[in-house]
Design a protein around this ligand. Sequence first.
Ligand code: NAP
Length: 305
Amino acid sequence: MARVYERVALIGLGLIAGSMAHAMKRHGLAGHVAGHARSAETREAARQIGFVDSVHATAAEAVQGADLVVLAVPVGAMSAVAAEIAPHLQPGTTLTDVGSVKQAVIDAVGPHVPESVHFIPSHPLAGTEHSGPYSGFASLFENRWWLLTPPEGADEAAVQRLRSLYEGMGANVDTMEAGHHDMVLAVVSHTPHLIAYTMVGVADHLRRVSQSEVIKYSATGFRDFTRIAASDPTMWRDVFLTNKEATLDVLGRFTEELFVLQRAIRMGDGDHLFDYFTRTRAIRRGIIEAGQDIDAPDFGRGRKG
Ligand code: NAP
């Protein structure tokens, strides 16, 4: 694969930045990858793992001479990092981020970006419940969507170049407007996470059950909630603080549906429940047909005994 950028600076060295570094190395997409993380511990881990070519004590130092700068820190930290690096960005550089929310990042970062810099926000729809420098891997983005939300009038060549980088990592790239992105993500990711957090919280409150039975019998469905609810608390706190309106809107709709189902159960309305579950089953089939999951029973987990 051809080199897309000469020097890439990754600010933040956790799951997403680490996976990008591994993928860029594997596919030869960048000449040099520089990195910075807040803590000395993470910087040392990055040195040990060796997924970046140089590790820097400050973000300002890491972005020197970079033709691509990636902000891969929690959404709530984007503004401070952007303010720090802005005076050190070279003209013509592309600045992107990988934050899970887009409008709030544009509002936080945009005002700091010099006119000579191409700011093209982005979001990979890929992740795991793990975080930190040891959690990244090269294939994370393969066959996953990576959404770009370029502002109106963005430089077409700069957008195209960023798209080539992500495609080089195996991702499928789409562009959309930032507000629309936030609404779509509230439906497919943010609200489901909140529901998982809630369900695990409910079980935790029911101490009598959760002592041992919840763990023992968790394979019945609860286990998948616990995996999602193990996601990074900082990241998810920031997602809900910054995608407030869209998640509240979707939660409102969710609550209405839940009450309708609750009523159907109370009234013994089996037809309603059957029709509802038939429709939701068709949605699952659509996801498999779109290649976004596999059809193996129990998500392809091996069966024991
Ligand atoms: P992560 O594994 O927790 O890594 C976050 C990194 O940011 C760490 O290296 C951390 O450094 C660094 N950091 C935090 N605050 C900082 C600051 N003020 N200045 C400099 N570095 C700072 O998180 P991640 O999962 O890679 O998430 C990064 C971004 O990607 C977030 O905006 C998230 O919304 C987005 N995202 C995540 C997922 C996912 O599933 N995880 C998916 C798509 C997008 P220390 O280790 O030194 O604290």
